[in-house]
Design a protein around this ligand. Structure first.
Ligand SMILES: [Zn+2]
Ligand SMILES: [Zn+2]
Length: 141
């Protein structure tokens, strides 16, 4: 069985595989994502934790209080600093995988933007995508 997706950090110390197909991405413009990325925010694929596995290395974990008031664990490479994924303390069954760490994004599209009220004026928001000023409720699955 082959995994549909693989990815990793900048230096290559962390590698992972995802065993579920990914198509829809969500852009987060919250201040924590801006700080953590040094850019306009983060672009993420929502992945079932059971579908994600590290194949090399182990990321460091930073615990932060999110704008939503939830505790969020942010996992990153301790050698090169690349953010890899984040996970809510209250929802360990899901994780938000940073789409820029994927080896291949063929067929993927940003379908929603969240925390748009925090977006920088230079950030691009696709007007055809769903927009939420803050944290929307978790999508029904
Ligand atoms: Zn690295
Ligand atoms: Zn965010």
């Amino acid at each position: 069985m082959s995994d549909p997706h693989t990815g990793g950090c900048l230096c290559g110390a962390i590698r992972y595989a995802v065993s579920q197909p990914l198509a829809e991405l969500r852009a987060c413009h919250c201040l924590n994502c801006q700080r953590a990325s040094g850019a306009g925010g983060s672009v993420n694929a929502t992945v079932q934790s059971a579908s994600f596995r590290l194949t090399q290395g182990s990321p460091k974990r930073y615990e932060a209080l999110a704008d939503s008031g939830r505790t969020l664990y942010r996992y990153f490479c301790g050698d090169c600093g690349s953010p890899i994924y984040s996970q809510r303390a209250s929802a360990p069954d899901w994780l938000s995988l940073r789409a820029g760490t994927l080896d291949d994004s063929s067929g993927m599209k940003i379908t929603a933007h969240i925390w748009t009220k925090r977006a920088r004026p230079w950030s691009h928001i696709d007007p055809s995508a769903t927009q939420h000023p803050g944290q929307p409720d978790a999508p029904a699955r």
